[in-house]
Design a protein. Sequence first.
Length: 850
Amino acid sequence: MRWLVDAARFVIRWLSACRRLPHIDAKLQELCDQVRSLKAADEPLGKPRLEPSERRLERSVSDDHLNFLKERHRTPMERAAALLPGEDSPRQKMSQLESFLLQGTEILEEEWKTFQTGGSSSLASFGPRMENAVWRLWQKARHATETTSSERPKFRRRKYVFMGGMVGAVVTAAALFATREENTQTEALTVRLAAFLNATFNTQEDEGDLDIPGLALAKSLRLKHPLLMIPGIVSSGLEVWQADSCLGAPNSHFRKRLWGQTSMLRIALQNITCWLHHLKLAPGQQDPPRVKLRAATGFDGADYLLANYWVWAKLLENLAMIGYDVNSMRLMPYDWRLSYSRLQERDYYFSRLRKEVEELHEEMGEKVVVIAHSMGVNVWFAFMDWIAKADSSWVDRHVHTLANLGGPLLGAMGPLTSLLSGEFHMGAMAVLLAPLLRNLLGEDGRLEMRDVARTWGSLYEILPKGGDLVWGSRQEPTDCRCDLITRKGKQSLPVTASMELLMNQTEGVGECAVGFGAKEAQCFPQRISWDPFSSALPKAPNLKVFCMYGVGVRTERAYSYTNPAPGETFGRIDYTSHSVSDDASYALGAIESARMDYGLSTVDGDGTVPLLSLGYMCKGAWRDFPELNPANIKPVVREYIDMSSSLFSDARGGPKSAKHVEMLGNHDIIKDVMHLAAGREDVLSNDRDYSRIGAYPRSTGGWAFEIGEPAVGRILERVTPQGFTWELTSVCAKDSQEITDDDRAALLSACETSSSTCIIITHGTDTLIETAKYLGSQHRAHPGLGAKRICLTGAMRPERFVDTDAHFNLGVCFGVLNVCAPGVYVCMNGRAFPWDAVARDMESGAFLPG
């Protein structure tokens, strides 16, 4: 059972790292209250409770779907009770579980109170104490098992799922199967601990949720186009076809998942070094000696990654409700470690894509709709570039629509940190790899994983593309006034210099993977690659392209690195680094630059891919540069604001989450994809771009985000202040760093000619104080301003972000304008300052009296 103990330990470390431990005792108590309410209701536990809406569905939904819905409707406590062994009644099992949970509550509550009142003030020290608490809970469970083991019935070999763990804005489901032997103490302990963690860290999705998009759309939509789906990086399972001796007896792991499913974690916990050895590729992206991993095939290859950690499952389920099945759709997993060239050279992946599309088209008589997610989008674009060299009209003949779901068209920043320092911040990699390696291998795990990552050609394929012209720099910004890498005492590096640094660090390994440098022809004479600035869209005038992605999530954009420690060739992300420069701020709704927190600078995006990479090609370059779009395809941009629910109410963010992986379960996205599949793309014919992403040349070169309609309008439409009427006027749509005195004179004139006596100005905080001083110094000199109250405000986080301060600052302005004397004021951080008595702390970014 040592592996089970290790699993419990790294789950606790996960939680302490995320600072979620204060909520554990409250969650446990809440679950115990649920048990008591169930008992008090005296309701048979095994009988599903049907709401009126569910009863109405009984007449129209098939028995299989209804049983599925009823199973969903069971509470987490009911499901946890079902895991308890024995022939006791369900209510007796619930009593056992209640007792067990209460013990856990008491222990965790005791530790939390000790932490709050004791001498320790660091959450880092709280983690080990929580481990001790788990050990005490373990001992209590063992004692309870010993006293009742004689009453337990005998069991044969079974499998039970061990679930638990969640990380900040993302969640992991860690599942381990235990081999059960007759009448042992460990069998009941395993099941009790599984029930405890399942009930505490609820990873069940959509409890009692009958608002399934497919059910509603089944009345109006039916399948039309065949579907071909391509998953993203790390979404495809990898199976063992040949294993080294470190895994055990020959063929003992044949076709078991080394990536994906619970067998992955069990193998990793038993022998982490052996697991990494099998994931690593040999030079040239070849199979290592005596090792062969291949991608799982079919829907099972990418529907679930781990236990209840769904990827494509929800989309498949909803498509089935309008008639889709194995004959009308294909899911095409692939070995996500390989570069595009190796996918074709080793696995003939592009040839198989061509064959599947042609067969679907021929069998159903309709062109194919391609649904690609994450790196799968880039894989599809590389395929179209490949097929065009053999048949330039193939795409136009066979493909009707491309649904691009969160594709990193201009790359992402996460692969850079993986390749430089072995730190994983990308989607499922951040959820699974980073905590596992950190807890099993410590600091060595980071360096060992770096060496493994450098053998994966796929990571080089999704590095940032376009160089400084697209991504800018601190001196010449586009989406972010920052350089990609900052190091203490050394020159900061924008994207181009960072890529050169990476190639030096990897000793040229990446040149063959991404075509960086002059050695490309030596590596692959007929290399397959894709870069949106060198590969035009296909000559397919009938192709429809929909770019669908999430916004409103903090997304990594730049990093602060430590200097190398002895023995290191490069440092690591400096998680102690915090900085706010005079330009690190936001206007209400307009991105200007990034704030450095815990060594990371963030901008808008879907949590993994920055907005510039998600949307610029679709909204800007493919519309503005004919040479990149010779067939004049008109991409449609569909943005979805992330509205994730709380971590404990739904571990994956719920049906409105628009994060990079969770978007595949977003109800609005599912509905839109179903309309595309049914041939109703007319419903999605117009752009929906909340971020107002666009492109315009700057005087310094490059492109940047378009400053669109002020976000204050959206805020006031959602929450209309009682007793107020308001009018919105846009005076200067500029980055606040670029505002001149001429712009301020225009703003002064607009205030003077306005008929209102109360004026709120939303302004980027970079130069907000300068504008306030300009207006304040002119206030008494202009008769039209003498009786007016003017309030300037901004936001430290964009209005689209969940943790924005935009709404709060705007509310403060409304309050100040009701009580203050005529004049000019700055309202930030919950305070109001006269224009001549305000300053800004450059260290924290806060506005202070001064």
